[in-house]
Design a protein around this ligand. Structure first.
Ligand SMILES: NC(=O)c1ccc[n+]([C@@H]2O[C@H](COP(=O)([O-])OP(=O)(O)OC[C@H]3O[C@@H](n4cnc5c(N)ncnc54)[C@H](OP(=O)(O)O)[C@@H]3O)[C@@H](O)[C@H]2O)c1
Length: 321
């Protein structure tokens, strides 16, 4: 098969389309013939040499895909050759074929085409696990979503609204904030010009989904409501910062940091089952929709990475095989 390989870590041109051996599905896995994959920030870090795939994972980038099941590994039940699926991956999505543990498969939701379905696994699993399973966002609470126009942000805004939360979001331009408003965000904060703590008002945020990390840690703690939960999933603003425990203690606050990729297969399967139960019906009802900036062919993976690094996109960037 052909796959995007990273011979040497570096800039976008380090991504090279090459002939490589086909993956072989192991016990409890299926082989998916990939129709589309999607670009995630983690792929950029992997390409730069800053994010090693876990041991045993495919060395090729790509944390999600959509496609058709081409073969079943030993012991697989409940799925058939030809089924149209999308999947959360630990790597290997930028390829014509990928082996996937069955627990990470999802049916393509009704009303979503097979290519667009590649935009869903990573954002739904990340937002559901962090905002709902870990931070327990409840109706009428306030959710602060940093980077509301990102792939993650566009899903977090919609799911927050779907459960009846008030959603406050930050983005770096008026155009991006307009997209966040169209997705239902109640309060829009241009982080280049405004202070999100002030814009939140007296109550603060019951849950914060943060992709900035160190540079926002102190302000995020200031932004928390009493009993607030800050979940950090990105470190675009650095990894090391000082935490004022006095301020956190006064809020009775929680600071949690997580990564989805490193979780064991069984935990990923539990998250995917919850996504299928809680998020898929919202997508099929049209309450929540995938947001796709653009779709490029797999060979244009370098261009797709340049676009992500420029941060000009809104929503997901897809790669088609
Ligand atoms: N831990 C996990 O399991 C996990 C899983 C998936 C994703 N993530 C993380 O989630 C983040 C989003 O991922 P993605 O794939 O959706 O990437 P993406 O579409 O490229 O989004 C990056 C976002 O970060 C925003 N941002 C950068 N600096 C900011 C700041 N100072 N204040 C507010 N927002 C800021 C950008 O906003 P502007 O463009 O408006 O500047 C942009 O919306 C990444 O950091 C990624 O690593 C983590």
């Amino acid at each position: 098969m052909r796959a995007i390989t990273i011979a040497e870590p570096g800039g976008p041109d380090a991504l090279v389309l090459a002939d490589v051996p086909d993956p072989v599905p192991g016990a409890g896995e299926v082989l998916v013939e990939v129709v589309a994959s999607a670009v995630n920030r983690a792929d950029v870090l992997q390409r730069q040499g800053f994010y090693e795939p876990p041991p045993d994972a495919s060395r090729y980038p790509g944390l999600e895909c959509s496609g058709r099941i081409a073969a079943l590994g030993p012991g697989v039940t409940g799925w058939a050759v030809g089924d149209e699926v999308c999947a959360l991956l630990v790597g290997g999505g930028y390829a014509e074929k990928v082996a996937v543990p069955v627990g990470q498969l999802l049916p393509v939701p009704k009303g979503v085409d097979l290519v667009t379905a590649a935009a869903l696994p990573e954002v739904t699993a990340t937002v559901w696990s962090n905002v709902f399973q870990i931070a327990h966002l409840r109706p009428a609470e306030t959710l602060l979503v940093h980077g509301g126009s990102s792939g993650i942000g566009t899903m977090a805004i919609q799911l927050g609204k779907a459960v009846g939360a008030r959603v406050v979001t930050t983005a770096g331009s008026a155009q991006k904030l307009a997209a966040c408003r169209d997705l239902g965000a109640d309060v829009l904060v241009n982080y280049r010009e405004q202070d999100f703590v002030a814009e939140l008002g007296d109550h603060g945020a019951d849950v914060i989904l943060d992709v900035v990390g160190a540079a926002y840690l102190a302000r995020n703690v200031d932004a928390l409501a009493v009993n607030g939960r800050l979940v950090i999933i990105g470190m675009q603003g650095g990894a090391k910062a000082e935490l004022n425990l006095g301020r956190l203690l006064a809020k009775r606050g929680a600071v949690i940091a997580t990564t989805l990729r490193a979780r064991p297969t069984e935990e990923k399967a539990a998250i995917i089952a919850a996504v299928r139960e809680h998020v898929w019906p919202l997508i099929e009802a049209g309450t929540v929709r995938p947001v796709v900036d653009r779709t490029l062919p797999l060979a244009s993976a370098p261009e797709a990475h340049r676009l992500m690094e420029s941060s000009e996109h809104i929503g997901k960037i897809l790669l088609t095989i």
